[in-house]
Design a protein around this ligand. Structure first.
Ligand code: SAM
Length: 193
């Protein structure tokens, strides 16, 4: 039983694109109520359910309180864009590093489409900034965005830092028409000139 239907989006993306492997350390941004973290716990083997596979780790962060989940560690009431949150995340991640950063974050929608779009792009950009401190070389970032004028800008920023960036529109999110995900693979810290 998943806490939210959004679980099916991540399951679909992971089934198709293999984002979460056993043994991976995952940072889940905007984790409340915790459905993506539930999927991540299973897929990275955070509970060690599969004794033959490496054991992973899941850290979820949200502005809201996230109810406890076996196999995951949560940082509730924390703003991902706040610099003090970065320090806490680094302390909580094993060796301070993640193999995958997920962001299903969404700002409180104002209803003004352009403004909401801007806010979400900025959330994604702050996750990208955070990557330089916590994402392993070769790591993966998956982030939700709403279509709009700055989607291209986010995509080019991602392409500066990742070998491969693709746009994903999961079947499970077809109802939310303006919503898509960028899946960025092969993190490199330094920008190629
Ligand atoms: N993936 C989650 C799941 O499957 O349960 C659902 C995430 S929900 C669509 C978006 C979440 O992003 C909300 O819980 C919201 O509080 C969180 N959020 C928005 N802005 C944030 C920020 N600056 N820092 C941390 N979380 C944020």
């Amino acid at each position: 039983n998943y806490r939210c239907r959004s679980a099916f989006k991540l399951l679909e993306i992971d089934n198709k694109h293999q984002v979460l492997c056993p043994g991976f350390s995952v940072l889940d941004c905007g984790a409340a109520p915790g459905a993506w973290s539930q999927v991540a716990v299973q897929r990275v083997n955070a509970l060690g359910t599969d004794a033959s596979a490496p054991v992973g780790f899941v850290l979820g962060v949200d502005l809201l309180r996230i109810a406890p989940l076996e196999g995951a560690v949560f940082l509730s009431n924390a703003d991902v864009t706040d610099p003090s949150t970065l320090n806490k995340i680094q302390e909580m991640l094993p060796s301070g590093k993640a193999d995958v950063i997920l962001s299903d974050m969404a700002p409180n929608a104002t209803g003004i489409q352009e403004l909401d779009h801007d806010k979400l792009i900025n959330l994604c950009l702050s996750v990208l900034d955070m990557s330089s401190n916590i994402l392993q070389p070769g790591g993966i970032m998956l982030c939700k965005f709403w279509n709009g004028r700055d989607a291209q800008l986010l995509q080019s920023r991602l392409m500066e830092h990742f070998c491969n960036v693709r746009t994903i529109k999961p079947q499970a999110s077809r109802k939310e028409s303006a919503e898509s995900y960028y899946l960025a693979r092969g993190y490199r810290k330094t920008v190629k000139n």
